[in-house]
Design a protein around this ligand. Structure first.
Ligand code: C5P
Length: 228
């Protein structure tokens, strides 16, 4: 069954711990991205991990192979369960990340970002392909490079799964009830995302900004189990 990951896109440690307290026992996964990590660093990653959450470190590494390998080694030392790199870093960068992750006692799942869910076709500099087609191409390459999965829109998850059934699809841009997508462009509801083959649903604002975040998370989890 697909799993829910709550994107903890908040600015301070206090906000993060307060939200984690509300979501404890409901959401198993928390995503720590660039906003929170830049503010609070590894200490907060360890703290939330010690509280029993599985941690997805979403820093989208994109650099030369040696630098990305070093970043993955640092993430492994934090015992994170999942991390992201950019597929557009290319084969040598992606393979360097995988080789480093594989040396860990408990290797994290490594996901390659294909095309950000905030991007529509025509918005990717220098890319004339439709966003869905470019994401599919990158996903097929990522599978060949040994990545565990890709970050993609649920809109392209079905085609990715058809071509690369073993590749995990982690899908942000989830909007329950088809509500407004904020800055996201390639969105889907939880049920539609699961029907398309998404393995992990990443949800931020629809939970963080809900009047009752715990209830919002429970509603999405109910939709996940009903669809499954
Ligand atoms: O608030 P919202 O549900 O749109 O948050 C989506 C989260 O997923 C954000 O933390 C964003 O950084 C992340 N993300 C994304 N698209 C990607 C990769 C990550 O929206 N391709």
């Amino acid at each position: 069954m697909a799993e829910l990951i709550v994107a903890l896109d908040v600015p301070t440690e206090g906000d993060a711990l307060a939200m984690a307290a509300r979501l404890g026992g409901i959401a198993g996964w928390l995503k720590i991205g660039m906003e929170l990590f830049t503010a609070c660093g590894p200490q907060l990653v360890r703290r939330l991990s010690d509280e029993g959450f599985r941690i997805f470190l979403d820093l989208k590494f994109y650099d030369i192979p040696n630098t990305v390998a070093g970043a993955v080694r640092s993430a492994v030392a934090l015992n994170v369960d999942m991390l992201t790199i950019h597929c557009q870093g290319g084969e040598r960068m992606c393979r360097a990340a995988m080789e480093t992750a594989a040396q860990a006692a408990r290797p994290p799942l490594v996901f390659g970002v294909t095309v950000l869910t905030s991007m529509a076709s025509g918005e990717m500099p220098g890319i004339s392909l439709a966003a869905e087609d470019f994401a599919l191409n990158l996903a097929c390459m990522a599978a060949g490079w040994g990545l565990n999965g890709v970050v993609c829109s649920a809109r392209e998850a079905r085609r990715i799964k058809l071509q690369k059934p073993g590749l995990l699809c982690l899908c942000p841009g989830i909007r329950p009830g088809g509500e407004a997508g904020d800055d996201q462009r390639r969105t889907m509801t939880p049920a539609a995302a699961i029907a398309n083959g998404a393995d992990y649903l990443v949800v931020g604002r629809p939970i963080l900004k809900a009047p009752d975040p715990a209830q919002a998370a429970r509603t999405i989890l109910a939709e996940i189990s009903q669809t499954a």
